[in-house]
Design a protein around this ligand. Sequence first.
Ligand SMILES: C[S@@+](CC[C@H](N)C(=O)[O-])C[C@H]1O[C@@H](n2cnc3c(N)ncnc32)[C@H](O)[C@@H]1O
Length: 226
Amino acid sequence: MKKSEVASYYDTLASIYDHATQEAGKWTPPQEAVQMLSGLIEAVHSILDVGVGTGQVSAPFLKMGCHVCGIDISSEMLAICRRKFPTMEVHEASILDGLRFLEDRSFDVVTAVGFLEFVTDIERAIQVLSDRVKHDGLLCFTFEERISDYPPQSQVQSRSGAGSVQTGHAQGLMHYRQTLDEVTEILELCGIQIEQNHRFQAYTKGGIVPVFYQIVLARRIKAPQY
Ligand SMILES: C[S@@+](CC[C@H](N)C(=O)[O-])C[C@H]1O[C@@H](n2cnc3c(N)ncnc32)[C@H](O)[C@@H]1O
């Protein structure tokens, strides 16, 4: 089967990903997620990390002794993840294919950090993520916010770099943006309620133009309504 544009992009980037993102402020979503979840996760918890990449979000939870299941569309990102965390459970799959092989499993915490901006159908992706959250469990995710009065992020979708300085980060990939209200509406249908959220600077395009994401911590409070 032909690889998607995103999978091919991350396959190419995989060998330099950790090095390219390690400098302070270069790529902040993993630290934001870990900080938001700190104090809420215990060693007995099961975690599903979708868009796991090289395991930057999973790392501290693996260290605590949690069982972490990582999903990614890029075989090369997963290869690095496996090398770093040889005992971790990982699967190559796209969220948009529904994660049917996890149908009979649910998790205390589901994370999706730094990848929903590449997903063509965020409603479907959030449904698939929330279907895997246990009752009273947590969903922690980031998304690229659509901000009407901030030109670099005012469009629903654009190729990265369009309207701003070209960058080495995901250059040329299509990015999809939502408002917090749109995401809140999707979560409500999924039986998930936001407990915390905030806007933060995820990276800078070309080292100059700030790119803002929202991070959301939400809890499953009831069954989905779809
Ligand atoms: C920017 S990286 C983020 C990796 C990690 N979560 C982090 O924050 O460092 C985005 C990851 O999402 C993965 N990804 C993109 N689209 C995906 C999809 N539809 N299903 C699963 N993974 C996807 C990419 O392959 C890549 O590893």
